[in-house]
Ligand binder design. Structure first.
Ligand code: AR6
Length: 184
């Protein structure tokens, strides 16, 4: 698990099944970590680059067999040298101003990743802030979608035991904590 001595107890929002942390998702022990990938699934920058670097070459070799991934969809691989057992690769939408189904596509990323976790009998899953880096999705809007979609999914599906939102920056952590409180 990510250790984060910088956080006070109040800053870590822990509901029964949802946890918000700041740190590097590649260090997380979970049944699956989610990768904010691109449609090739062959690696890139941001969290995708970090996951591929940490997992080693086995990951890209397996990804090559998958035939890519559509925006809003998700595919699963092994975790290779990561502490996580699996990687769920999902492709977030590129932000184009908000009128190109970006919200619904981002929602689908979370929903389809969780569906895949259930189909593979996984209990703990960690998400980065999909689409909010290189793909430019506004962080407040993306966070609202991420948390509301996960909450709704967990209300209807009880087999997932823990969903962890991993924020890379302290400002993202503040945003997640603020919006989690609003959506309580
Ligand atoms: N752990 C957790 N979060 C991270 C890490 C990390 N190690 N590194 C970055 N982030 P991005 P996108 C955060 O750009 O916007 C790639 O090239 C980052 O701060 O990784 O979905 C792909 O191949 C941000 O909050 O993904 C695609 O081409 C979040 O992860 C494209 O980028 C997502 O930022 C996808 O863009």
């Amino acid at each position: 698990m990510i250790e984060n001595s910088k956080l006070t107890k109040e800053e870590v929002i822990m509901t029964e099944k949802i946890q918000i942390l700041q740190g590097d998702i590649t260090k997380l022990e979970a049944d699956a970590i989610v990768n904010a990938a691109n449609p090739s699934l062959l690696g890139g920058g941001g969290v995708d680059g970090a996951i591929h670097r940490a997992a080693g070459k086995g990951l890209v070799d397996e990804c090559r067999t998958l035939g890519g991934c559509e925006t809003g969809e998700a595919k699963i691989t092994g975790g290779y040298r990561l502490p996580a057992r699996h990687v769920i690769h999902t492709v977030g939408p590129v932000w184009r101003g908000g009128n190109y189904e970006e919200d619904e596509l981002l929602r689908s990323c979370y929903r389809n990743s969780l569906k895949l976790a259930i189909a593979n009998n996984l209990k703990t899953i960690a998400f980065p802030a999909i689409s909010t880096g290189i793909y430019g999705f506004p962080i407040d809007r993306a966070t609202r979608i991420a948390i509301s979609e996960v909450k709704e999914f967990l209300r209807l599906n009880t087999t997932i035991e823990k969903v962890i939102f991993v924020c890379f920056s302290s400002s993202d952590l503040q945003t997640y904590n603020k919006i989690a409180k609003e959506l309580e």
